[in-house]
Design a protein around this ligand. Sequence first.
Ligand SMILES: C[S@@+](CC[C@H](N)C(=O)[O-])C[C@H]1O[C@@H](n2cnc3c(N)ncnc32)[C@H](O)[C@@H]1O
Length: 255
Amino acid sequence: MPMDKERVGTFYDVVWTEYVPEYEASEKHWALFFSPAEVAGKAVLDAGCGTGIFSIIFARNGAASVTGIDISPGSLETATGLKEKFGLANARFERRDMLHLPYPDAAFDIVWAWGTVHHTIDPFGAMTELFRVLKPGGAILLAIYKKTKVTWIHEAIRRTLIRTPRWSWNVLARLMAFFLAPVVFFFKKREKSRKGEKLSELILDWYFVPIRHYYTPGEIRTFLEGKGFAVENYLAHSGRFDSSSNFIFKARKPA
Ligand SMILES: C[S@@+](CC[C@H](N)C(=O)[O-])C[C@H]1O[C@@H](n2cnc3c(N)ncnc32)[C@H](O)[C@@H]1O
């Protein structure tokens, strides 16, 4: 595996393996885009499943099969533990790179990629690969970091922090969370974030991750529509702040 990708996998092994967002809050988030009726009997790919919460949600909402893939073995281990805890036979987790999937064309009815393609070395390549494995008429969900006027500030902070020694990351993130907590509280106008997401864990994800790309919703819409996809649902922010948030597209592949 190329070095950069290796670093992303190792990063999520170190910082996120213990982190499982709260089930009910995540399911409410999921329900903004999918329903049990739409999912029943379907084959789902959760691309960059992390610790697997959305795979579990699809599996418990009637999917025939859910394949959660990730490059972080630690996250996959946590996801497998979660599957066992819920006693689910219709979910499986595999270590795969979403840039080179071993699945045939049109293998899945639904592809879910929440907060993941922007952490690959080639987000448009990753999306193209996800489009390939999606059936004609199938639905894809993409949650992607938004490029805003202040993105350069986030990037300046991230590029500085990723140079600090790894042993200090948890301490630094907790310190930053301590100082940022009142600001977050003050500006918390809308609560779209999944509950259970700890500020220090979000800070690790924002500011210490080795690869992070940002896009405007227009760039992704143009890409989707250029491939013939029809946008069915668009949410401008997934989180508390526009400047550190994902925007989300649910789009349908031409039949
Ligand atoms: C921010 S986490 C999101 C996890 C999960 N989707 C969620 O919302 O809880 C991003 C995940 O993408 C995974 N990832 C990054 N690059 C990847 C790649 N090339 N192939 C598969 N997974 C990848 C990371 O290992 C990490 O688990």
